[in-house]
Design a protein around this ligand. Structure first.
Ligand code: BGC
Length: 367
């Protein structure tokens, strides 16, 4: 019963794109923004519900995604409700039930694991509510669309970033992967391996997934991997800034912070500060504004009973079904281009350059 629409949808999507390319309706989904006089085409009906996963696996969900989603929905003039499941799959299920009871017609979730996400989507679908996967694909789920970044490319950027920091020397690498229940974490690790495994001077001396992306547990896991490798670790492929920060804290204790390059993701304030300080070699910037606007476009199309524009399809590895998708392009950030994140509105200079970081920002030409 899953995604029974997918085969039919591809030609429909193609024709929808053709129609909109002919200028029949809809003002398109990119850069949009300009305040122009007219109110745009989005007289969205219905109501959109979004459930974010937690506040701990990354600060992004509350500090970047929520405000970006609010701005995108406000701009579109659509009714919406955004809640956070606080890392509790049961809570996410309850929130979904309440939202459906409150008349939500489109439900977007960032699942905490595919099983609970698929159950939420199945129930929603059975009640006539359309579902969207936001950021994380729900394996075996019902989502009609998937809105995210190209997560394999995120991993490739991390792998290449670490290689650029390590150079040609022989190096022992430890991988701190994201949650085993997050399909993105699988893609990040695959992407990173596809780059680093090609380089015969690098050796993997430890690799572990961090349950729920828990930063504290990440520090414990990294400490164990570091000890098991006798401290002979030359580089750390950490899947996001939180896990990177955990590795850096252990390296600090060992007097190795800044000597051992560590990767990250999300361009958080702390991640960017670590990049400026030289304890983190890179992060990956994924504009929350872009992702939220893409979600708003898709959600509004669904609410209006229209097809959404997509960039392609994503294969659900659990059943080989194809999910119409919008996959955005992530950007690698090193010391040289931290300013890009600030220029793009991804972070504020006053936050990144607070206190002791003012000097580093000045040196990097930021502020
Ligand atoms: C997201 C990352 C985030 C991680 C932890 C992933 O699914 O793509 O941006 O850091 O979850 O929340």
């Amino acid at each position: 019963m899953k995604r029974k629409h997918s085969l039919v949808l591809v030609p429909l999507v193609a024709s929808a794109m053709f129609l909109s390319a002919c200028g029949s309706d809809d003002s398109g989904n990119d850069s949009g923004g300009d305040s122009g006089g007219d109110s745009g085409s989005s007289e969205a009906q219905g109501k959109i519900g979004v459930i974010l996963p937690d506040t701990e696996s990354s600060v992004r969900w509350e500090s970047a995604d929520r405000p970006a989603l609010e701005a995108a929905f406000d701009e579109a003039g659509v009714e919406y409700e955004i809640q956070n499941a606080e890392g509790d799959a049961e809570k996410m299920t309850q929130i979904a039930d309440t939202m459906i009871g409150n008349g939500v017609t489109v439900l977007a979730i960032v699942n905490l694991d595919s099983e609970s996400g698929a159950a939420i989507q199945e129930k929603a679908t059975s009640q006539g509510v359309s579902t969207i996967d936001y950021d994380r694909l729900t394996l075996g789920g019902d989502a009609e669309y998937y809105v995210s970044f190209d997560n394999t490319v995120v991993g490739e950027l991390q792998g290449q970033g670490l290689a650029d920091c390590l150079g040609d020397k022989d190096a022992n690498i430890v991988y701190l992967n994201g949650s085993p229940t997050d399909n993105n974490a699988t893609l990040f690790a695959e992407g990173a391996h596809s780059v680093l495994d090609e380089m015969s001077n690098y050796k993997v001396v430890g690799e572990q997934a961090v349950p729920d992306w828990d930063n504290e547990e990440a520090a414990t896991i990294f400490q164990q991997l570091y000890t098991a490798a006798d401290g002979k670790v030359d580089g750390v492929l950490a899947a996001n800034d939180g896990l990177g920060g955990a590795a850096i804290s252990i390296l600090e204790g060992a007097g190795q912070a800044g000597k051992v390059p560590v990767t990250g993701q999300d361009a958080t304030v702390e991640g960017l500060q670590n990049v400026l300080a030289g304890t983190q070699c890179m992060t990956v910037y994924k504009s929350a504004t872009q992702e939220a606007e893409a979600l708003a476009d898709v959600a509004i199309a669904l609410a209006n009973g229209e097809e959404a524009e997509t960039t392609g399809t994503t294969v659900d590895s659990s059943d080989d079904s194809e999910v119409p998708s919008i996959l955005l392009t992530p950007q690698a950030i090193t010391k040289d281009n931290v300013g890009d994140v600030i220029d793009d509105g991804g972070q504020k200079a006053e936050d990144v350059c607070a206190g002791d970081f003012a000097k580093l920002c000045e040196e990097a030409g930021i502020g």
